[in-house]
Design a protein around this ligand. Sequence first.
Ligand code: NI
Length: 182
Amino acid sequence: MSEISLKIRVFGDAALRKKSTEVKTVTARHREVLSLMARTMYQDGGIGLAAPQVGINENMIVVDIGSGLYKLINPRIIEKEGKQAIEEGCLSVPGVCIKVPRARKILVKALDENTKPLDIKAEDLLACVLQHEMDHLKGKLIIDYASLLDQVKMKKKLAQLKKRARHEELSESETKSCKLQL
Ligand code: NI
């Protein structure tokens, strides 16, 4: 497994639209995947990454908004409160920025990589990133929240992405066009 480097899947890849499955037993492979996901996230300047974005349809996400790394297995939202909408980019939809309406405060339950149950009270940016990554586990992308105007604006971009569907072939300006990459 450690020989494998993870590739970020881009819009058009089927793994991004599949619903991920619950991790029943946390194994060494899951820990390895989470470490590789964190490495990939940092390499690509992201602050969050979900397993489907590297072609693995299992409920695992990594998040680091600058205050520490979370490696989460089977995360789920228990409580939601308030509203916010931040302009979000996505490593899997480069070149697209969408303001997504989300809860401002959430309580998330998950397992860590050692199967320890975690309660995470998150607000603002952390809450936003966690909700974005959990959307990935449902096969949902930021473009699904696009307004009609946004849909028109990104139509050409999405068609281009679908043709290439390889993150490493994208230009710097495309991958950095939105401040937050999740
Ligand atoms: Ni994303």
